[in-house]
Design a protein around this ligand. Structure first.
Ligand code: NAD
Length: 285
């Protein structure tokens, strides 16, 4: 591999062709939106015309920058501090959103973290923290958003669905990951939570889906791409031969949230450059 330009990809990315009216009038909440994938998703939703609440747990300055970028598209945005793993804080965040924005139409349950360790060295605190944020956090946010979707029901001028939930999962909902048992278990849990909610809520016209990113260039996985050696190793796992950009996920979220995908229910959209295609078998296995 000859350096970073082989994998740089934002060039030519379709940011200017997101139709600015696609999500007009919709109110979106993105958790963990002051960094990485959450940030790019919040910006993409704003570009598509949605008003956006930018949730963060630490790093209010970054969150304010995201708000500023989004309001530049002529939509509303605000930064709300809340720890998604804290029930009271999630309830308060949703109450505030309904009060200040009127309702919620789109939840992107994105906040997540890693606390890696070999299995026998993994502490209960490391296990619990990852489950609390990555799985319980999505449960709490989805539950509170669903209460508001049900209260309001379908408003046909806004969307064919009463609400849309997008769970940020990972290719590790199906690819085992040594040294990351807490993280892989949390994402396996997200898959079954998402599918169960999709089944339970579809009759209420609530669409629940997930995005499973592959390797996306964000702070969570910096060590996997920030040296040429690490990058070369990583690219062996990616048939499409580039590391993903946060915007790749943002565009997928805009599509899934929009009525263009109104019949997509309970699906996981893998956005991974083919990482889940068993690239090791490309040459015969
Ligand atoms: P990131 O570290 O840049 O962003 C994670 C965000 O979640 C941060 O804003 C962080 O502050 C926030 N967060 C952490 N704990 C929180 C809490 N208790 N309450 C509220 N917010 C909290 O990483 P990212 O790569 O952008 O990750 C976003 C999501 O995408 C995560 O769920 C992650 O598991 C998933 N994902 C990332 C990749 C990747 O390659 N980057 C791949 C697959 C899945």
């Amino acid at each position: 591999m000859e350096g970073q330009d082989i994998v740089s990809s934002t060039e030519g990315a379709p940011r200017d062709v997101i139709p600015a009216h696609l999500l007009r009038g919709q109110k979106a909440l993105v958790t963990g939106a002051n960094s990485g994938i959450g940030r790019a998703t919040a910006v993409a939703l704003g570009r598509a015309g949605a008003d956006v609440v930018v949730n963060y747990v630490a790093g209010g300055d970054e969150a304010e920058k995201v708000v500023e970028e989004i309001t530049g598209f002529g939509v509303r945005a605000a930064a709300y501090e809340a720890d998604v793993s804290d029930e009271q804080q999630v309830v308060a965040m949703m109450d505030r959103m309904v009060q200040e924005f009127g309702t919620i139409d789109i939840l992107v349950a994105n906040a997540g973290l890693q606390r890696d360790a070999p299995f026998t060295e993994m502490t209960l605190a490391q296990w619990q923290k990852v489950l609390d944020v990555n799985l319980t956090g999505q449960f709490l946010c989805a539950r509170e958003a669903t209460k508001e979707f049900l209260r309001r029901g379908v408003v046909p001028e806004v969307s064919r669905a009463a609400g849309k939930i997008i769970c940020m999962s990972s290719v590790h909902q199906i690819i085992p990951w040594a040294g990351h048992v807490n993280y892989a278990s949390s994402k396996g849990g997200v898959q079954m939570m998402m599918e169960t909610l999709a089944q339970e809520l579809a009759p209420k016209k609530i669409r629940v889906n997930a995005i499973a990113p592959g390797a996306i260039r964000t702070p969570i996985n910096r060590s996997a791409w920030d040296t040429p050696e690490a990058l070369e190793d990583l690219l062996r796992l990616i048939p499409y031969d580039r590391v993903g950009d946060p915007e790749d996920i943002g565009y997928a979220a805009v599509g899934l949230a929009s009525d263009l995908m109104d019949y997509v229910v309970g699906a996981t959209l893998y956005v991974d450059g083919g990482m889940t295609l068993f690239p090791g078998f490309a040459t015969g296995g």
